[in-house]
Design a protein around this ligand. Structure first.
Ligand code: ATP
Length: 418
């Protein structure tokens, strides 16, 4: 963040008599890494007026979301997020909280872990005062995640999954009491009341595979705490699955930069659910309230890949046959192939990524049109056959036009003009 913004923030907070603070991730990461990355401001009072004045002072633009008490200020130096301090109460365990404006203290009370309760008072400095009301500094020194009160996971069981993410990301560990509360919340069925949407969002965030090596440790803890059961009561994660999910994740981070970004859940879930019966896999997809297209992808992904592997094992395979089976795959499935132990499979996957998929025809449909062949399926087929001939090395780039015209003529596609 640009520290040059601090005087303007301070001047406006004093003029409007509002408390303005950095809370949560920003002070935590400042202590851990010495860097102040995101400037997420918390305002005690009416944040919207503060956002407008700040935008004016910085020559920026405000986007206010009154319903959530938040606003974004886009200014030349970057974007600032401004939230209004709030109080939360839960009508029922795992329900969405009721949110009303509150004090800084009330905003801290609703936080997940003590390490996220550090406050830097931006009205106070410089030097800016660091306020530690919950013993966060000691927890950070000890690498400890601690909930603020015993009912925390019952109020919001997604905090257990957030805890696993923080463990992996910060290299911290839940303390004994917190881990006991997590297990108790699980045994009390706290996750049962969680909506599919909220469960999916948190599980998907947990299954993100970056940075390298994190997915194994997160899944190991997921299994250790008995959390596999929140996806399906019969689900277990065997140690050997962890090893090759880890290998696929590592391979996914090595994919060329131009392939679609890997989504962790697509890399992990099909293999995690591999030991379940088809009906149990369907029940898991329902529990996660997946979108219909994601649901069918999840349920067929493994079998699709097994069919591809069968093809890649064949002897005397031609590059165009490899292209036909690999082109429809998603990047997560390619990563799985690269992590597959079998040499022929891995070699074809590598060769397709490095060479085959990059072969582009120099011939275009326009050139065939210029030769008198109008648009139609015949042209598409001729281009496809020409590309396959190029992939197999049976023609060179300068022979493409002649080859395509031969295909069109032999198929009896009629030229539009003589
Ligand atoms: P990141 O750098 O990934 O944004 P973060 O610590 O800022 O990490 P966020 O998920 O952005 O995490 O949440 C911002 C703050 O809001 C956290 O510091 C945390 O205290 C609080 N928070 C978010 N979700 C919850 C939750 N479910 N229960 C309690 N507090 C939460």
């Amino acid at each position: 963040m640009d520290r040059g913004l601090l005087p303007s923030i301070q001047e406006i907070s004093r003029r409007l008599r509002l408390g303005v603070y950095l809370v949560g991730g920003a002070p935590r990461d400042l202590i851990l890494s010495g860097r102040l990355e995101d400037l997420d401001l918390l305002v005690e009072g009416v944040g919207e007026q503060f956002a407008r004045d700040l935008a004016e002072a910085l020559g920026g633009k405000v986007r206010a979301h009154a319903r959530f008490g938040t606003a974004g200020v886009d200014c030349p130096g970057g974007r600032l997020d401004i939230a209004t301090a709030r109080r939360e109460s839960y009508d029922a365990p795992a329900s969405l909280p009721r949110v009303v404006p509150g004090t800084l203290e009330e905003d801290l009370q609703r936080r997940d872990f003590t390490v996220n309760t550090l406050v830097i008072d931006l009205g106070s400095g410089p030097p800016y005062e660091l306020v530690d009301s919950y013993g966060a500094m000691e927890d950070i020194e000890e690498g400890r995640l601690r909930v603020l009160h015993d009912g925390s996971f019952l109020d919001d069981p997604t905090r257990v999954l957030r805890g696993l993410r923080f463990e992996s990301r910060l290299g911290f560990r839940m303390d004994e009491a917190t881990e006991r509360l997590a297990r108790a919340a699980l045994n009390d069925g706290a996750f049962d009341a969680l909506s599919g949407d909220r469960l999916r969002r948190e599980v998907f965030r947990l299954l993100e595979v970056e940075p390298a090596g994190c997915i194994e440790s997160k899944l190991k803890r997921f299994e250790e705490l008995g959390l596999a059961g929140i996806l399906h009561p019969s689900l277990r994660i065997p140690t050997e699955s962890l090893a090759w999910i880890g290998r696929s994740a590592t391979a996914s981070l090595d994919l060329p930069a131009d392939v679609t970004r890997v989504e962790g859940w697509r890399l992990v879930l099909p293999w995690l659910l591999g030991s379940l019966e088809p009906t149990e896999q369907q029940a898991t997809a329902d529990r996660l309230a997946l979108r219909p297209e994601d649901r069918s992808w999840l349920l067929s992904s493994r079998e699709d890949l097994e069919r591809v592997i069968e093809v890649l094992r064949r002897a005397a395979l031609k590059p165009h046959e490899v292209d036909r089976v690999l082109r429809p795959l998603r990047s997560e499935q390619m990563a799985r192939l690269l992590a597959f132990g079998e040499a022929s499979v891995v070699q074809w996957a590598r060769r397709w990524l490095d060479e085959i998929r990059l072969v582009k025809l120099s011939l275009t449909g326009r050139e065939l049109a210029a030769a008198g062949f109008g648009p139609g399926p015949g042209i598409g087929r001729a281009l496809e056959s020409t590309r396959e001939a190029r992939l197999d090395g049976s023609i060179r780039a300068e022979e493409e036009l002649r080859f395509a015209l031969n295909v069109l003529n032999s198929e009896g596609v009629k030229a539009e003009r003589a």
